[in-house]
Ligand binder design. Structure first.
Ligand code: KIV
Ligand code: ZN
Length: 514
């Protein structure tokens, strides 16, 4: 069966989702999970866009061994140099260079004539080829480009050294028939097309991304680009897990194979959702919470009699396992470490010590500690790389009474090591708590999003809070997990505040060095 290569852009196009702001450690954890998932190619970021992105791409390149690691570049020498510096240590380094080819983009955005766009694309692909064997070239807004012009520029960039040609539906405008026939035309009208791989890249503005991707595959594309859970600009990119499962479940119709390990699907989706703060809708195909539940009596009865009556994908296929009971009060450090290893997460000694202590505290309150609980604890420790002097929550109390105005008292240890304390009032417990924390820091915080979820089920489930805040026009996310909802909420806000200061410090350093 022909192989379809999977190219993940969760860390680049996906990270362009409004409000998503991953730190280096979080990006690295996602990249490692993508590698475990069997992803052929990982677009790790856009190194020229910021120092933080450069460092994250570099860390990913140095740690990922099986997947190809790419960085994105505009057709500008300095962008190409930045990608080279960031990925040169990768086992399989590669570059993705793009320029827009539609009349509207060339005229208004690039302010270049079509001839100038061809010349820029060719010279920059040639420049990239001096540094990389694997050069992917994208025609941004390909689906709104003149098809004869597209064929002409593709032929020239292939001669200049491109090895993969990607034709994105940048604004999610194409229909499956449009998109498929564009690839058919290119295959039939570009004389050197057999020298390269053809790739598709679909955005989901009209909800057609998966259908368009499948149509591209049926018309000769051998690489699929997309993001986990379909995150990305505006309505997002195609959800890779949906394409992978469509190919697998309907292999009678789509006779193509991939190297993805389907039983890592759910874990990959959970990790991306947790770290980006972009929760997956319950009815989302393949990975939504309800994707495998059967509500109506008729369906339940059918599934009990014979699962395939209503189930075309088994939960086990995508790694949805019963939430196995794990260790309890008397479990030792060794068993705990073994469990963490099964998640594929490596902890340093210090991280393991902290995770084990938190696990032990949890067993004091929670009888049945599950895999999900352990995973939540470990990821929280693993991805908090803000090892700067930061705000620390020392103590807090909230008073709530239906007859009285809620109030909160908070003690924080400030970055200078001094404890600060305040009391404020609010119209609810969380508002009082957040107002009090805000009164203890120098900046004005606007809360732009607040979500509370439970980790697993049961009345003693861990609470997981996610916040998005804006300080001085800078958006930061924070996550907090705790047994108590207010504690989780406080932890999430403090993490977001600390991230603001980490970024501020990095920006000041960058300005000083520029
Ligand atoms: O959607 C798009 O056109 C892109 C390009 C940068 C490849 O993401
Ligand atoms: Zn895109």
């Amino acid at each position: 069966m022909p192989i379809i290569k999977f190219f993940d852009t969760t860390l680049r196009d996906g990270e362009q989702s409004p409000g998503v702001n991953l730190n280096k450690e979080e990006k690295l954890q996602i990249a490692k999970q993508l590698e475990r998932y069997g992803m052929d190619r990982i677009e790790a970021g856009f190194p020229a866009s910021s120092k933080g992105d450069f460092e994250a791409v570099q860390a990913i390149a140095q740690n990922i061994k099986k997947s190809t690691v790419l960085g994105l570049a505009r057709t500008v020498k300095s962008d190409i140099d930045a990608v080279y510096e960031a990925v040169k240590d990768a086992a399989k380094p590669a570059i993705h260079v793009f320029i827009a080819t539609s009349p509207i983009h060339m005229k208004y955005k690039l302010k270049k004539s079509p001839e100038e766009v061809v010349e820029t694309a060719v010279s920059m692909v040639r420049y990239a080829k001096e540094k990389f064997n694997h050069v992917e070239w994208s025609a941004e807004d390909a689906t709104r480009s003149d098809i004869a012009f597209l064929a002409e520029i593709i032929e020239k960039v292939i001669d200049a050294g491109a090895t993969v040609i990607n034709l994105p539906d940048t604004v999610g405008y194409a229909t499956p028939e449009d998109y498929g026939s564009m690839f058919r035309y290119i295959k039939e009208n570009v004389p050197n097309i057999d020298k390269v791989e053809l790739s598709c890249h679909c955005h989901n503005d009209l909800g057609l991304a998966a259908a368009n991707t499948l149509s591209a595959i049926q018309n000769g594309v051998t690489q699929v680009e997309g993001a986990i859970n379909g995150i990305g600009e505006r309505a997002g990119n195609v959800a890779l897990e949906e394409v992978a499962l469509a190919l697998h479940v309907r292999s009678d119709y789509f006779p193509y194979a991939s190297s993805l390990k389907f039983d890592e699907t759910k874990r990959t989706s959970d990790l991306v959702s947790k770290l980006t703060g972009m929760y997956v809708q319950a009815n989302k195909a393949i990975v939504g919470r309800n994707a495998f539940s059967h509500e109506s009596g008729i369906h339940q009865d059918g599934v009990l009699k014979h699962a395939e009556t209503y189930e075309i994908i088994t939960p086990a296929l995508v790694g949805v396992t019963p939430n196995t009971l794990f260790l309890g009060k008397h479990s030792g450090r060794h068993a705990f470490k073994d469990k963490v290893n099964t998640f594929g997460i490596e902890l340093t000694e210090a991280e393991l010590k902290e995770a084990f202590e938190q696990f032990k505290q949890l067993t004091d309150h929670k009888k049945e500690v599950t895999d999900d609980d352990i995973y939540a604890i470990v990821m929280e420790i693993k991805t908090d790389s803000s090892n700067i002097d930061k705000y620390e929550l020392i103590q807090f109390g909230v008073s709530y009474d239906t007859q009285d105005t809620p109030s909160a008292t908070v003690v924080l240890k400030a970055p200078n090591g001094v404890n600060v304390e305040a009391t404020e009032y609010g119209s609810g417990s969380v508002e009082a708590l957040y107002k009090t924390i805000n009164s203890l820091i120098d900046e004005e915080i606007t809360l732009t999003d607040y979500q509370l979820n439970s980790v697993g089920g049961g009345k003693d489930a861990l609470a997981e809070a996610h916040v998005q805040i804006k300080i001085n026009e800078q958006i930061n996310n924070g996550r907090g997990t705790a047994q108590d909802v207010l504690q989780a909420s406080a932890n999430a806000l403090i993490q977001a505040i600390n991230r603001y200061y980490v970024q501020k410090k990095a920006t000041i350093k960058q300005l000083v060095h520029e």
